[in-house]
Design a binder for this molecule. Structure first.
Ligand SMILES: *Cc1c(COP(=O)(O)O)cnc(C)c1O
Ligand SMILES: [Zn+2]
Length: 561
């Protein structure tokens, strides 16, 4: 059950002891910050051939974990989430190697499942009957599910900011929910005091060996999955070793920072064992209203200054005091290939929710969208280069969709009973006809690349009702404008034969097409002379990457008014 090759090393005094689930501080100095080490020299060649026979789940890398045999009755199919290429988002951002690690597909729909699976297994093995924890929501949900299977009673201290739907989910599993009116850091203090008074085991977050070690498995999975996608094994050459491939970037939304700390540890171990040729840059993304790590990084500080009162509606990410996690993460990042700390607003995250759902078919909770909003920022600022291999952690899914995300007017109604008096078929048609208005604004999309037309079509269709026309060349565009009289033209500049400039000239030379508003969308940096040529002839000029900020839709709506 316990991994006898796992040694726990104190980060303060260096003392080493075998792993034991109930030992939460260093026996020599009392320090709470320790890390697991393994026999890397041996595992480097010993482990890879054994993986071939194993299922793709969290326990695949069991020799790298403090617990090697999960209790079968606890398992809920944890880990082993898919790595999905983000084609549309990648195209919009100009990044061809963008991947999403879909942690929503865990048993309780967030990456906290890994942590709960490993930690509850360890505590169950040690005979623990009750556990106290503080949570911004998802830890409590994940632990509750596993504690239910293990027959462990859980006390979850949640801040009153945690959405009610999540609190009810925690309660549903049989956990005692304690709502704390205060910040998450205060909830942690209350939980610790409660555990001390009652003598109940307290989950210690990023200081818990099992918590950090569980997060590592994300790194191992990514390296194996990328190895398959990016470098398919050569045919016939029976290599026993899987090919491992580290991304250039790992991007995650961060609260306390346990995820990136564990994931980075995983990549460092693989690097040390010679399985991968680089340690990825880490993109740590926080919300503006609670970004102690980002502030500290930008000010060059080794220790983060806690945020006393977080200002964000994204409760999952409201850790004001990252403590030593930040310092460890920063030092490792500086030793490795670095990375970036960036913050995004709640609004940017909410917009990213729409992109992920409407472009990639992924419904995510606001916290997960923070990573996506951060990715957009890092690409735009040039920190992430177009050719780099980027993995973003899609860390969690929330059902139901929170009201504030959709706003009003997202559904339409059909009343079938009205239809029934008139005679079934006719009445039904009449009822259905009310679902759509008669005339939608008519928009022509002109671009010689079919993929670019598809993308613009998707952006427009996803958030509005339009009748869309497409033209694949300048010549087609001119004919289309004369024939259909669209209300608006979205025009690419760089096209063979008649280019965008030519289209504008031709349309404006004819009275019946001269008044049609034009939005020019271009991937090219325009010269001052080209900008001058467009001035006064078009209504708006956009770079292709601008779509993501909703600018295109805003422009379209404004011009159609
Ligand atoms: C916990 C959580 C985070 C933040 O994770 P940390 O690595 O602990 O900072 C991000 N997204 C979701 C969905 C989470 O549940
Ligand atoms: Zn010590």
């Amino acid at each position: 059950m316990l991994n006898e090759h796992c040694q726990i090393e104190c980060l303060d005094c260096g003392f080493q002891a075998p792993y034991h689930p109930l030992e939460t501080v260093c026996p020599a100095c009392g320090g709470a910050w320790r890390q697991a080490t393994y026999d890397y020299a041996h595992l480097a060649s010993d482990l890879p051939p054994r993986l071939k026979e194993r299922a793709f789940d969290l326990w695949r890398y069991r020799e790298m974990l403090p617990i090697t045999q999960p209790a079968p009755e606890l398992r809920l199919s944890e880990g082993g989430t898919p790595l999905i290429r983000a084609l549309n988002l990648g195209m919009m951002l100009g990044c061809s190697n963008l991947f999403m690690k879909d942690e929503r597909q865990g048993p309780t729909a967030s990456f906290k499942d890994r942590q709960a699976a490993l930690s509850i297994s360890a505590l169950k093995a040690a005979g623990v009957r009750e556990v106290v924890l503080a949570s911004t929501g998802n830890v409590a949900i994940a632990y509750s599910a596993y504690a239910a299977r293990a027959g462990i009673k859980l006390w979850a201290f949640l801040t009153s900011l945690v959405p009610a739907a999540k609190m009810r989910e925690v309660a549903l599993y049989g956990t005692q929910v304690i709502k704390v009116t205060g910040s998450y850091d205060q909830a942690k203090q209350v939980a610790a005091e409660f555990a001390r008074q009652r003598g109940i085991f307290l989950d210690t977050g990023a200081r818990s060996i099992t918590n950090i070690e569980s997060m590592k498995t994300i790194a191992y999975e990514i390296a194996e999955q990328l190895g398959e996608v990016l470098e398919p094994p050569a045919n016939g050459l029976g290599t026993t070793r899987p090919r491992w491939r580290a991304p250039d970037w790992y991007i995650q939304a961060v609260s306390g920072g346990m995820g990136p700390l564990g994931v980075l540890k995983g990549f460092r171990e693989m690097y040390q064992m010679g399985w991968i040729d680089r340690i990825p840059k880490i993109g740590v993304i926080q919300v503006e209203g609670c970004a102690p790590m980002v502030n500290a990084w930008k000010q060059g500080r080794e220790v983060a200054i806690p945020i006393q009162s977080p200002r964000t509606n994204i409760a999952t990410l409201a850790t004001g005091d990252p403590g030593r996690t930040y310092t460890l993460l920063r030092n490792w990042m500086l030793e490795g290939s670095g990375g970036a700390f960036e913050s995004v607003s709640d609004e940017e995250a909410f917009r990213a929710i729409h992109f992920l759902a409407k472009m990639e078919g992924m419904s995510v909770e606001p916290a997960a969208a923070v990573a996506c909003a951060g990715l957009i920022k890092l690409v735009r600022s040039g920190q992430i280069k177009p050719h780099e291999v980027v993995v973003i952690n899609i860390s969690g899914h929330t059902l139901p969709v929170e009201r504030t995300i959709l706003g009003e007017g997202w559904s339409r109604s059909v009343v079938v009973s009205d239809a029934m008096h008139v005679g079934a078929e006719e009445g039904l048609l009449a009822a259905l006809s009310k679902i759509t208005v008669d005339r939608f604004p008519r928009i022509a999309i002109v671009d010689d690349h079919p993929e670019a037309r598809r993308l613009i079509r998707r952006i427009l269709q996803s958030q509005g009702d339009y009748t869309l026309f497409e033209a694949a060349s300048g010549r087609e565009a001119i004919e289309l404008a004369r024939r259909e009289h669209p209300d608006l033209i979205i025009l690419d500049l760089m096209m063979p034969e008649v280019d965008g400039f030519g289209v504008i000239e031709a349309l404006q030379a004819q009275p019946e097409t001269a008044e049609i508003p034009i939005i020019v969308v271009t991937a090219k940096e325009l010269t001052p002379a080209e900008k001058e040529r467009l001035r006064g002839h078009i209504q708006s000029l956009m770079q292709k990457g601008d779509f993501l900020s909703d600018d295109l839709l805003d422009e379209v709506r404004a011009l159609l008014k």
